[in-house]
Design a protein around this ligand. Structure first.
Ligand SMILES: Nc1nc2c(ncn2[C@@H]2O[C@H](COP(=O)(O)OP(=O)(O)OP(=O)(O)O)[C@@H](O)[C@H]2O)c(=O)[nH]1
Length: 493
């Protein structure tokens, strides 16, 4: 009996070089695998090169699928045979059991069929006219993913040494191609998910300052999707300063109680200065001693939701005609003012238009509406951005002013009274209105009376507000009774 052949290692190494280049360059990894099998098949002179993918393994058998094949001549083709589609092989032969155990461990297996003991493995190989076989497992992350096999139906080949090592390298190359393909698929899925959910992912290591942002988040912030790492400081600068402070406070709190997840709405500024609301979903990992190891999470674009919320809040808290706050808006303003502890004793100025009924009667209700709007504008022009102008209803307005002393609030009230009284309002009156025959501009002098009271905190915001309104109302009543177009403070009655 002739001695078994030995593989031509240099040719196999050449084939590896050609095949690995194909694996790296081919757009579809499966085309690269086919090319590698072809190069190896031709270099080794075997009849068939194949890959089985392992689908299930139990003590009694293995379920595999025949997924790749190269054949020296069409007669050796088996991939198309039904019996190799999702086929189960029973482990009923010690030789086969040993081979499965080796493959699962990541070890190669070689055999010359005529030297195998009788049993199902030998029968199985003989039924395929195989004279020698070598198999190398394809290991993915330490797990047996599948098997790369070489069948020789013509010769007995003793697979060993550099030739066998070349096949082991081929299996590793295939594993890395599969792994790359899996990662690319995951990346595509994650990108799709992020696009569909309008969110980006990020990760920060607070100790090293290392950051990672998904391409979606980078694009949101105005960077190219493949931008190199953003330094932590630069990344944080994309959060509006006020929200950054809120984020630090939240993180400090989370660290204090070793809370692992939290959420916060923040405004992100992109490179062009455009601001969009995002919900940050954070997941924090701690090491022993409660020290923060890393934080990761999502930034979900919620600008549309926020727009809706702002619109709903505007509708609920502002007067449609004048744009001033309504009562509900005033309650929120007072609550926030008292909560912020910026001001312990706000003042309430109650303001009522004098003889508005006669103005309405003379020029008509629509003209009265125009006057109310213009009046609100004039009042707002006298206020600081932090003050709150309220239309309580009809021709009655209020101003909540913070951080003022008694003398200053009376000066403010006088200023408001004066800004209405000093210049008559101008109306585009229609013919017949206000005794006019032609459409023309008419001058409408108006005055307002004001009652001023202090808001005394303590109890609920509602109680504090009603008390102040009642007192300011008493002062306003006195202002009206004593001739109108004047200011009366509750404490001066
Ligand atoms: N145009 C217009 N008028 C309104 C609106 N709400 C209330 N008014 C009118 O405001 C007038 C208030 O009249 P009164 O309460 O008698 O008070 P006044 O005429 O301003 O007299 P004094 O307050 O006593 O100086 C009424 O004619 C109401 O119809 C509004 O939204 N638009």
């Amino acid at each position: 009996m002739p001695a078994p052949l030995t593989p031509d290692a240099p040719r196999l190494l050449d084939a590896l070089a050609t095949g690995s280049a194909a694996l790296l360059q081919r757009r579809f990894w499966s085309n690269g695998v086919n090319q590698l099998l072809e190069a190896l098949g031709e270099a080794s002179g075997v009849s068939r090169v194949w890959i089985f993918q392992l689908l299930e393994r139990s003590a009694s058998g293995v379920l595999q699928d025949y997924v790749f094949e190269w054949v020296a001549t069409p007669g050796y083709r088996q991939l198309t045979q039904k019996r190799f589609r999702f086929f189960t092989t029973a482990i009923d032969d010690p030789e086969y059991a040993d081979m499965v155990t080796r493959r699962a461990r990541g070890d190669a297996h070689t055999c010359i069929v005529s030297q195998l003991p009788n049993g199902s493995l030998r029968e199985h190989l003989e039924s395929q006219s195989i004279r020698s076989m070598v198999t190398v497992p394809i290991m993915l992350n330490g797990q047996w993913w599948g098997t790369l096999g070489f069948d020789d139906c013509e010769h007995e080949v003793a697979w060993e040494g550099p030739g066998l090592q070349a096949l082991t390298i081929a299996a590793e190359l295939i594993a890395s191609a599969i792994y790359r393909h899996q990662l690319n698929s995951r990346k595509r899925q994650v990108d799709l998910l992020q696009r569909v959910a309008a969110c980006g992912a990020w990760e920060i290591n607070p100790a090293s300052g290392a950051t990672w942002c998904s391409s979606g988040l980078l694009a949101t912030l105005g960077y190219p999707p493949d931008y190199a790492r953003l330094p932590l400081r630069r990344l944080l600068a994309h959060i509006v300063p006020e929200d950054r402070r809120a984020l630090w406070m939240l993180l400090r709190h989370c660290c204090g109680v070793c809370n692992s997840s939290c959420r916060l709405d923040v405004r992100l500024i992109d490179q062009q200065g455009e601001i969009r609301w995002h919900e940050l979903v954070l997941e924090a990992n701690y090491v022993s001693g409660g020290r923060l190891a890393d934080i990761a999470g999502l930034a979900i674009d919620i600008s549309q939701r926020k727009q809706g919320e702002v619109q709903a809040q505007t509708e609920a808290e502002f007067d449609e005609l004048t744009g001033a706050h309504n009562r509900r808006g005033m309650v929120r303003y007072i609550r926030e003012l008292l909560d912020s502890q910026k001001c312990q004793r706000p003042y309430l100025l109650l303001l009522d238009i004098d003889h508005f009924k006669s103005i309405n009667d003379r020029y008509g209700h629509p003209a009265g509406d125009v006057l109310l709007k213009t009046l609100a504008k004039r009042l707002a022009g006298e206020l600081r951005p932090d003050d709150c102008l309220v239309r309580l209803g009809g021709e009655e307005f209020a101003v909540v002013a913070a951080e003022l002393g008694e003398a200053q609030v009376l000066q403010l009230a006088e200023r408001l009274r004066n800004c209405i009284a000093e210049d008559p309002f101008v109306l585009n009156a229609l013919p017949g209105i206000g005794g006019t025959l032609n459409a023309r501009k008419v001058s409408v002098p108006m005055t307002v009376s004001l009652g001023v009271a202090t808001m005394m905190p303590g109890g609920s915001v509602g109680h504090c507000q009603s008390m102040a309104i009642a007192q300011a109302d008493q002062a306003l009543y006195i202002a009206k009774e004593s001739g109108r177009n004047r200011v009366v403070a509750y404490w001066q009655r």
